[in-house]
Design a protein around this ligand. Structure first.
Ligand code: MEV
Length: 421
């Protein structure tokens, strides 16, 4: 946990200075952050046991988004991704919410769904009733599979059954509803679903095939909203432009795909930084967006005093225990920087980042376009690569843009001239 997630001029520091600053404001011991600051120091044995046929590792830049305040708590947010502008855009959007209290986020709890597919069931509707009659026993059997989860207050909670029509005939689908607490839950749910299969076969008289978690985690949804300041956004016209950009996405799937992709830029970056399964999050997000015809995961409206109110609603199957989150030293360091206590708290942060990311993209698109921002960030990076530090970063970057010559060699010359002065 950090006192204040605003670190003015963070981007102007060198990488080493930024690392030091993060250590300073979070108070995390240096050895815990070392694998993050210095990926070369990573113990390769850890990676060797994560997947098969390991020969090496692939590193990605990891940046820190500043300015986030969510449910009255400040957070510094680690983001791992290869795309420029995303971290800066998220930080900038989060800044615009602060005078209005930051983000307010809620969730429906860490509840996942496991599916058990029964085929060749002689009397599907009677089987449905019989499975429902055995509900209490089936839930008890599911919970026997994971006493630790039950001890931590989680476990199978409910069971529902549906008969679906398919191209190969009717199927009886049993869905087990499981509170997975701080786990993402795939292992727990799959183990339970597999354990129930023989009983479902006996009850239904059919044959069980698939026993697997659903990534359409619509019982594990996070919502977050924030008021973005109209002056900081650039005035009423920009507010109207953003609302219009959102309406475009709601009305047109070609635009909506890119709109939601922009949301996932922020979401995936935090999901990856914390060692979570970004494919599961992507699948959940897009299937949730498609339930009633593909639409936007965010919504926008104008407050009575002209500010922009944004909100997001998205499934968020992330965990803090198990998987890479616990094993990968960089993921562990990122969880420490976030200072989160529960998986649901992590989910609320991630959804808020998605909203911030979307707002930033729509604001740029509805005003100057995204290329100008890209260019000025690129120019700053080039200036820093050329050796500029502190105030000189912006000065060199400005000159590079003015000359339309964003090249390291030219940056070095400009820097030398400025230093002479
Ligand atoms: C680029 O990675 C993301 C954007 O295209 C999102 C959007 O168009 O809303 C800028």
């Amino acid at each position: 946990m950090v006192e204040d997630s605003r670190i003015p001029g963070f981007y102007k520091l060198t990488r080493e200075e930024r690392a030091k600053k993060i250590q300073e404001v979070t108070g995390i011991p240096e050895d815990e952050l070392k694998p993050l600051f210095d990926p070369g120091s990573m113990d390769m044995e850890v990676l060797d046991h994560m997947i098969e046929n390991v020969i090496g590792s692939m590193t990605m830049p990891l940046g820190i988004a500043t300015n986030f305040r969510i449910n009255e708590k400040d957070y510094l947010i680690p983001m791992a991704l290869e795309e420029p502008s995303v971290v800066a855009a998220a930080s900038n959007a989060a800044r615009m919410t602060r005078t209005h209290g930051g983000f307010t986020a809620e969730d429906t709890g860490p509840v996942m769904i496991g599916q058990i597919q029964a085929v060749e069931v002689p009397e599907p509707f009677a089987a449905k009733d019989q499975i429902l009659e055995a509900k209490a026993d089936l839930i008890a059997l599911a919970n026997e599979q994971d006493p630790i989860l039950v001890r931590f207050g989680g476990g199978a909670r409910d069971l529902r059954v549906k008969v679906i029509d398919t191209k190969v005939g009717p199927m009886v689908i049993t869905e087990l509803i499981v509170d997975t607490r701080d786990a993402m839950g795939a292992n727990a749910v799959n183990t339970m679903a597999e354990a129930l299969a023989p009983r479902i076969e006996t009850i239904s008289g059919g044959k069980v095939l698939l026993r697997i978690l659903s990534n359409l985690a619509d019982l594990r949804v996070v919502s977050s909203s924030a008021v973005f300041d109209k002056e900081l956004l650039g005035g009423e016209e920009v507010v109207d432009g953003i609302i219009s950009a959102w309406a475009f996405a709601e009305a047109d799937p070609y635009r909506c795909s890119t709109h939601n992709k922009g949301i996932m830029n922020g979401i995936d970056a935090v999901v990856i930084a914390t060692g979570n399964d970004f494919r599961a999050i992507e699948a959940g997000a897009h299937s949730y967006a498609a339930v009633d015809g593909y639409s936007s995961l965010t919504k926008y409206e104008k407050s009575k005093d002209g500010h922009l109110i944004g909100s997001i609603e998205i499934p968020m199957a992330v965990g803090l225990v198990g998987g890479a989150t616990k094993v990968h030293p960089v993921a562990r360091a990122c969880v420490k920087i976030l200072g989160v206590e529960t998986a649901t708290e992590l989910g609320r942060i991630i959804a808020s980042v998605g909203l911030a990311q979307n707002l930033a993209a729509l604001r740029a698109l509805a005003s100057e376009g995204i290329q100008k921002g890209h260019m000025s960030l690129h120019a700053r990076n080039v200036a820093a690569t050329a050796g500029a530090r502190g105030e000189l970063v912006d000065k060199v970057a400005e000159q590079l843009i003015k000359e339309k010559m964003v090249k390291v060699e030219r940056a070095k010359e400009i820097l030398a001239e400025l230093k002479k002065k």
